[in-house]
Design a protein around this ligand. Structure first.
Ligand code: SF4
Length: 173
């Protein structure tokens, strides 16, 4: 059985980024994709933000971590938050053993998403909105960024971990 794995959709080459580009990651597409049961998701597209869309950023406001327009710092409605919550609690997320997520994105970044103040200075790095929700709802998920899967060796190692996680889960059920 192929391990079920969530993926940031732009990593497969789909043009879902805010500027209509993609971030296809060759090792994932060529080495991993044939061996996994992939569910590709873009939380920003799922939230109906469309392509092209204004760039967004995580922003600290009165101690809260919010999503704002990158250019003006204007807070967005909480539609993206609602969508990330739904996706993280959905069946594909529940079934998955791992998630491969785009580094530095305000939605998909794992400990790599910049948190800005209103003036646009970076305060710290942290989890994007979808990753925050995945941690909350699916604590056992193995989370990796595409930058950790940069060559054949790291892909093989990751695949073995996923196969082991799946085997353990099937045994425990
Ligand atoms: Fe969509 Fe995440 Fe890729 Fe951004 S990083 S385009 S939110 S899948």
């Amino acid at each position: 059985t192929k391990p079920p794995i969530l993926l940031s959709q732009c990593l497969l080459g789909d043009p879902v980024r805010y500027d209509g580009a993609h971030k296809q990651h060759a090792p994932i597409v060529q080495l991993l994709l044939p061996h996994i049961a992939a569910t590709a998701l873009c939380p920003e597209m799922a939230a109906g933000m469309g392509v092209p869309r204004p760039a967004i950023r995580r922003q600290s406001m009165a101690g809260a971590d919010i999503i704002a327009l990158a250019e003006s710092g204007q807070p967005l409605s909480n539609q993206l938050e609602v969508t990330c919550h739904k996706l993280a609690a959905s069946e594909p997320a529940h079934t998955a053993v791992a998630a491969i997520l785009k580094a530095r994105s305000p939605s998909c970044g794992i400990q790599s998403s910049p948190l800005f103040n209103h003036q646009g200075d970076i305060l710290t790095l942290g989890d994007g909105l979808w990753v925050q929700q995945l941690r909350q709802h699916q604590a056992r998920l193995l989370l990796v960024s595409e930058e950790q899967l940069h060559n054949a060796q790291s892909c093989v190692y990751f695949l073995r971990l996923c196969q082991l996680a799946l085997a353990l889960r099937l045994k425990l059920l």
